[in-house]
Design a protein around this ligand. Structure first.
Ligand code: 5MM
Length: 345
């Protein structure tokens, strides 16, 4: 393990003004996204859509890295250039999703566990050879009646740490993603409680399994009210509770926290990220607070594209704009007025 290299990569992933595009939808998930705009989910459409994102001029000012799916890391762009090279040529770091999605957790109704540890060491070495310099594993914690159980939190945290240790051995920076879902009617305080319990266990396991915290990136949820809660918390309350929760649980050795958007609308995720960065700077939080958005960056370009190649310019424009405003939010310098500037970009 080359810890200096891992640290340098981790710092580059959360460099000033920059964050990560999560474009690692598995085939089932991208199909659902394409279905929503009536686009056919063929290999060529997936390639063309993702190539459009990766070849958006100027987006590399805001995007440090892209998380790829297995299909994409092996794929060539329309002109025969490897997709990985398309990114590298713009100074964007390729990363790879290595979990194999979630399945029901045995003896735990309503809860899930992430699969993918079998054969992981070999797969990580192969991905490094294909150009990946970081990896991602997403664990899912659900809030509901009587859940999450401590059993579910412990099992997922254990696997996240096993994955992270194997990544560092293979010289890949692990993105450690414990996502507490925002689905439901729960309060922001319930989300705080569950996020805190989850992060405590994740860091306990990372320490137990000797993961070097200076060479990882945490990808968590923000502390939010449930999606269907009445009186959802304001951006200021989200920021206050998110920063308080992380100060209590995430060691200062961790170089960066890259939030997921988690099903928030793109403007909500951006406003919350902005408020979080303002709050963090007021209290002197020790880590970079960046983004690793999937839907938060892709909802607008996906809609603008609509599955029609004649719309690629419009879609690039929409993606560039989301990357630009999310980058501003990552620095705490976003304002709603920026949303109106889209035509001028
Ligand atoms: C982009 O979607 C990722 C892969 O999801 P599946 O395993 O369901 O196909 C997902 O892990 C994503 O990286 C995170 O959920 C963050 O994305 P959002 O949209 O929540 O920012």
């Amino acid at each position: 393990m080359d810890i200096q290299q891992l640290r340098a990569t981790a710092r580059a992933m959360v460099a000033e003004g920059k964050g990560i595009l999560a474009a690692d939808e598995s085939t089932g998930t991208i199909k659902r996204r394409f279905d929503s705009i009536n686009a056919e989910c063929t290999e060529q459409n997936r390639r063309d859509y993702r190539e459009m994102l990766f070849r958006t001029d100027g987006a590399n000012e805001f995007i440090s890295g892209v998380i790829l799916y297995d299909e994409t890391i092996r794929q060539k762009a329309a002109d025969g250039t490897l997709m990985v090279k398309v990114l590298q040529d713009q100074g964007i770091i390729p990363g790879i999703k290595v979990d194999r999605s979630t399945n029901p957790l045995v003896n735990a109704p309503g809860e899930v566990i992430t699969d993918g540890l079998d054969g992981l060491r070999d797969r990580l070495n192969e991905y490094h050879g294909l150009g990946a310099r970081f990896a991602k594993w997403r664990a899912v914690i659900t809030i509901g009646d009587g859940i999450p159980s401590q059993y579910c939190i412990d099992a997922n945290a254990h696997l996240l740490a096993r994955y992270a240790a194997l990544c560092q051995e293979a010289n890949l920076v692990p993105i450690v993603e414990p996502e507490v879902l925002m689905d439901g009617t729960h309060t922001i305080d319930r989300c705080y409680e569950v996020t805190e319990a989850t992060l405590r266990q994740v860091y306990r396991e990372l320490a137990q399994q000797r993961v070097d915290l200076t060479g990882i990136i945490l990808k968590p949820n923000m502390v939010l009210s449930g999606k269907d809660a009445s009186n959802r918390a304001s951006a200021e309350e989200v920021a206050e509770k998110t920063v308080a929760c992380f100060l209590n649980t995430v060691p200062a050795a961790v170089p960066g926290i890259a939030f997921l958007s988690g099903g928030q609308s793109d403007d909500e995720a951006t406003a919350n990220l902005d408020a979080i960065n303002r709050r963090a700077s007021d209290v002197g939080a020790p880590w970079e607070l960046s983004f690793s958005f999937g839907r938060g960056l892709q909802a607008a370009p996906l809609k603008a594209w609509g599955g029609v190649s004649a719309n690629f310019d419009k879609a690039r424009h929409a993606y560039y704009h989301r990357a630009k405003v999310t980058s501003a939010a990552r620095m705490g310098s976003y304002s709603v007025d920026m949303e109106r500037e889209v035509a001028a970009d």
